[in-house]
Design a protein around this ligand. Structure first.
Ligand code: CAA
Length: 293
């Protein structure tokens, strides 16, 4: 394996918003990518998501052509197809039990010298690693949404992660993916989610208690603090369901300041999961001329 270069064949498990973005990043890095999904319909939807992302890359002049990278993507529902991968990134929903089972299933088929990574935004890697056979090659590769436009990958180091794998991950992110790595110790919410979710939850509480409209809360942070988008719009982008999962986990681990506001719980129950669902704090339906509160 040549250092700096992403392994010639890499795998991603779960082709949702983040998984598809990670696939995009790995394809742009130049190798073969195998994407594992739970059934054929999910695999087709994931492929379509990656295709849209590559098409957008072409529109923006970042990719010469979408067909060539898409030709290096294989979608599958059989975990055994990950066997030849030198790196597998798990990107299934933010649920500890689901992630643990998924990681176990992947570890059963990959080679002993393949890296195993999770894209969890918050869950303790030590907790996820308890049933792994070779936890020394397990680490966090936490990507940010939208992956193609984001310059950061948080590399999370668990107690058992060997420094050889940490150093390789730094090189893969920097030289292979062309992003900036930050190395953080395993702790709830790492560096980025803990702070980002704290702001997001406070913004929802402010909306709930009528401090200001969603647009005005967002404008306050976007224009007053120079954030690229306000915390409610960002929650719509990330997914309200994803943020709720992270908040519940951080509440358990760090205390009641991370308790999810009722408004967030209600919107998720109603299926208003954000942009991907057409509605969150704003209306993102195609017929909406612009995002509407
Ligand atoms: N290839 C493909 N698509 C690309 C691209 C590329 N190289 N570069 C950008 N795009 C996409 C963007 O994703 C965006 O997609 P949509 O049309 O679906 O929105 C589109 O092209 C337009 O991008 P622009 O750069 O023109 O738009 P912009 O200047 O308004 O920037 C933004 C959009 C990059 C999303 C910017 O607003 C931003 O950085 N927002 C903050 C994002 C953020 O904070 N992300 C962190 C979320 S937290 C997280 O992800 C972790 C977690 O744990 C949940």
């Amino acid at each position: 394996m040549s250092h700096g270069r992403i392994p010639a064949r890499a795998g991603v498990v779960g082709g949702g918003l983040m998984g598809a973005g990670i696939v995009h990043g790995l394809l742009v890095a130049g190798g073969e990518v195998v994407l594992l999904e739970r059934d054929e319909a999910a695999a087709d939807a994931a492929r379509a998501r990656v295709q849209r992302s590559c098409d957008k890359g072409v529109e923006r002049g970042k990719l010469a052509d979408a067909a060539e990278p898409m030709g290096r993507l294989t979608t599958t529902t059989d975990a055994a197809d990950l066997s030849g991968c030198g790196l597998v990134v798990e990107a299934v929903p933010e649920d500890e039990q689901l992630k643990r089972e998924t990681l176990g299933r992947v570890e059963a088929v990959i080679a002993d010298d393949a890296a195993l990574a999770t894209n969890t935004s918050s869950i303790s890697l030590d907790a996820l690693a308890t049933s792994l056979r070779r936890p020394e090659r397990f680490l966090g590769l936490h990507f940010f949404n939208p992956v193609p436009a984001s310059k950061l990958v948080e590399i999370v180091i668990a107690s058992a992660t060997d420094e050889v794998w940490r150093d390789r991950a730094v090189e893969w992110v920097r030289d292979g993916l062309g992003k900036t790595p930050v190395v953080v110790a395993d702790s709830p919410g790492f560096a980025s989610s803990r702070l980002g979710v704290a702001i997001g939850l406070e913004a929802i509480r402010m909306l709930e208690s009528g401090v200001a409209s969603a647009q005005d809360i967002d404008a306050a942070m976007a224009l007053g603090y120079g954030h690229p988008m306000g915390p409610l719009e960002l929650t719509d982008l990330v997914g309200l369901d994803t943020r709720l999962g992270i908040a519940r986990y951080l509440e358990r681990e760090l205390g009641p300041r991370f308790a999810p506001p009722q408004l967030l719980v209600d919107l998720v129950e109603q299926g208003h999961h954000g942009r991907k669902a057409g509605r969150g704090f704003y209306d993102w339906n195609d017929d909406a001329q612009e995002k509407n509160a």
